[in-house]
Structure formats: C-alpha cells, structure tokens
Write a protein that binds this ligand. Structure first.
Ligand code: SF4
Length: 214
C-alpha cells in the first residue's frame, strides 16, 4: 500500500511538472499576460483526496492563514488528510493606468519575477479584475488535465462561476438548479456557490448532503 502511494506520488509529480512547464510558456491570453509575473500553479499534497478550485489568484488566496483555515475545515468535515488547491484561470488581469497608457501592444509581461513593474520600477499596484469568459475557456483545459492526473475523491468548486464552468466541462448541465453535490466517475464535486459569504461550516452542510446522497 505504501509502495503504491510512493509510485503514485512520483507519477503525479512528473505529470504536474510537465503541465506546469507548459502553463509557464502559455500565451493564449495576451491581455492577462501583460501584468502577470508568473501564472498561478496548484499547491498542496500531490496525492490529494480533495482538490479546491478557486477562480484565480486574489487577496484571499494570497492569504496563507485563510487558505489553511479552508483546508482545515475540509479535512475536518470531509474527513480527508491530503488537500491541494489550484486555479481555474492562471494569469491575472489587472486594471492599471500606467499599462493602459502604453500606446502599443506589449508581448512580454510588464512585471518581473518579483512583481516589480518595469514601467514604474515599483511593486505592482494594479487592481485585479475577473477574467472574461473566453479567458476562462482558454485556461480550463489545464484544470481538467490537473484533475485527470489526481483523480481526487472530492473537488471543491469555490464560487458560482467556477461551478458553472467546471461542471459544464464535465457535461453536468443542470447547474441552474443550484445542486451542490455532483458525482462523476468516482469523484464528488461540491459547490460553494457564494464564495463571498464563505464560512468553514459550509463543509459540514456539504458533508451531510454527501451522506444523504450516498
Ligand atoms: S490564463 Fe491560462 S490560458 Fe491564458 S495565458 Fe495564462 S495560462 Fe494561458
């Protein structure tokens, strides 16, 4: 059993490194790349029982304490140990008057790897904006690949938009009815529809729904 786990971990590490290398070279969304120092990648246990999917990086997902709280709630209420989190869209669109003032299309990022703007020579002060639907569709394939590598027991979809796009990608088209639990080929998808009013106890309610469903 332990040997199986080690083999699985090694396979997953190799597959994720390959995927992340491709993501780091991706240029499908020029508008998003303008103010992205590097695309966001997943973090956590590489043989996860639960994978959390956020829409894109933001204030909350950059707060390590908040992420730890979400993970702890999932571990407690869904009774799993190994948790990983990732993003539906990897690059971050930002509103920035400095970048907008540049008259021509820039093909390289205006940020260096330390998030310093090459125009102002200071830390980026751009305001994150939600990606457009076509940018979500451009990036969704990476998430689907990531989930295929892990085949987790649970996928937690954070927010209505994430739920809509991911569930539809898996052919579950009745999200309009606000179901919160979906089963697909051995994975249970759980939706946290209102991410703004998130409380850890939502996972107690979702776990109860899973028990009722099974
Ligand atoms: S958001 Fe995704 S698809 Fe678009 S450029 Fe970044 S990695 Fe590529």
């Amino acid at each position: 059993m332990i040997e199986l786990d080690v083999n699985q971990r090694e396979q997953n590490i190799k597959a994720i490194i390959k995927l992340e290398t491709r993501i780091s070279k991706c240029t499908r969304c020029p508008a998003l790349l303008r103010c992205t120092s590097k695309p966001a990648t997943g973090k956590g246990d590489l043989v996860p029982e639960a994978v959390i999917v956020f829409e894109c990086e933001g204030k909350r997902t950059n707060d390590i304490d908040w992420i730890v709280d979400v993970r702890n709630a999932i571990q407690k209420y869904l009774q799993v140990d190994a948790v990983y989190h990732t993003f539906m869209v990897r690059c971050q669109l930002k509103a920035c008057p400095l970048a907008d003032a540049i008259p021509c299309q820039v093909h390289n990022s205006l940020l260096d790897v330390h998030n310093i703007c090459r125009v102002s020579n200071k830390s980026c002060t751009g305001i994150p904006i939600r990606p457009a639907d076509d940018e979500v569709l451009n990036c969704l394939t990476y998430l689907i690949e990531e989930l295929m590598i892990f085949k987790p027991e649970y996928v937690i979809l954070f927010g209505r938009r994430v739920s809509d796009f991911v569930l539809k990608a898996y052919g579950m088209l009745d999200t309009i009815q606000d179901r919160l639990v979906y089963h697909h080929e051995g994975t249970t998808f759980l939706s946290v529809l209102d991410e703004q009013s998130y409380r850890p106890e939502i996972f107690a309610a979702l776990a109860a729904l899973v028990d009722t469903d099974s």
